[in-house]
Design a protein around this ligand. Structure first.
Ligand SMILES: Nc1ncnc2c1ncn2[C@@H]1O[C@H](COP(=O)(O)OP(=O)(O)OP(=O)(O)O)[C@@H](O)[C@H]1O
Length: 249
């Protein structure tokens, strides 16, 4: 790993002195944390510690907190590039009668605050196929989402979050309610994505064993009941490659 001064990785999320309350209940207080490019961050903490609240603040689903949040170097109130962030919320589950197919659910990831009613282009259909291929769900593309197992549904939600090819993937308890074997293959899949695609991961989980195995024994930071575990990709090779690319253009 590189010393900070030589590290070429840019901050993706910067949280400075974040506090947040729901009415009278203070949930977060004085939280500071930075996520850099290609980090894999695991957030762990007891029930009600404020983990989901923190993710919802970061993806812009809660009104601003006290303190400062910057995304890709921009204050969150000015940030518009939401396609750069994929978000898989907690406990996604569909009624078995819900009429959408897997493909339709994945395609719905294209719609955001900007392009609600646009037609889907050929390129976007290709992006959909690519996301389904990464998540290995092409063979169930025509199935109704409600008919799938919990593990299959989770893959669909991940594909939905991946369709815009985000730089940052935010996952809230992605394996809750999934059996141990499916959980293991799910973690293998996202670890593979972290290693082979240029992505940054921020994941809330209760799976402390997985966190310790994948991200290290000890948290790098703690705020109240929330702990942050990190695997950096801040290796010298990344920075050398970036340097070479810059000197070639
Ligand atoms: N919309 C809301 N309105 C009021 N209080 C809320 C709201 N959402 C969460 N809370 C409260 O804020 C606290 C933190 O909730 P949050 O969901 O962020 O915790 P968490 O760490 O993700 O918990 P869990 O591990 O159980 O998912 C809890 O006490 C919760 O009851």
């Amino acid at each position: 790993m590189l010393p900070d001064a030589l590290d070429c990785h840019q901050p993706i999320i910067q949280l400075k002195d974040i506090s947040f309350s729901y009415r009278q209940q203070q949930v977060l207080e004085g939280l500071n944390f930075t996520v850099k490019e290609r980090d894999f961050v695991g957030i762990v903490g007891s029930n009600g510690a404020g983990k989901t609240t923190l993710l919802r603040l970061i993806v812009g689903l809660l009104p601003s907190a006290h303190g400062s949040i910057e995304l890709f170097g921009e204050p969150i109130r000015r940030f518009r590039d939401w396609e750069r962030i994929g978000y898989v919320p907690q406990k996604n589950s569909f009624n078995p009668l819900f009429p959408a197919t897997v493909r339709e659910v994945v395609l719905s990831g294209l719609y955001n605050r900007k392009n609600m009613f646009r037609r889907i282009t050929r390129k976007q259909h290709q992006q959909c196929s690519d996301a389904m291929e990464v998540m290995r769900i092409e063979d169930i593309a025509g199935k109704r989402i409600g008919e799938l197992s919990g593990g299959q549904q989770q893959r669909v939600f991940l594909a939905r979050a991946l369709i815009n090819r985000p730089d940052l993937l935010v996952l809230d308890e992605p394996t809750i309610g999934i059996d141990a074997e499916t959980q293991a293959s799910f973690f293998e899949l996202i670890t593979h994505m972290h290693e082979h695609h240029d992505m940054t991961f921020l994941m809330v989980t209760h799976d402390l064993d997985m966190v310790r195995d994948e991200l290290g024994e000890k948290p790098v930071s703690q705020n109240g009941k929330i702990q942050f575990y990190v695997r950096h990709s801040h290796d010298a090779q990344d920075c050398v490659e970036q340097d070479l690319t810059h000197s070639l253009v």
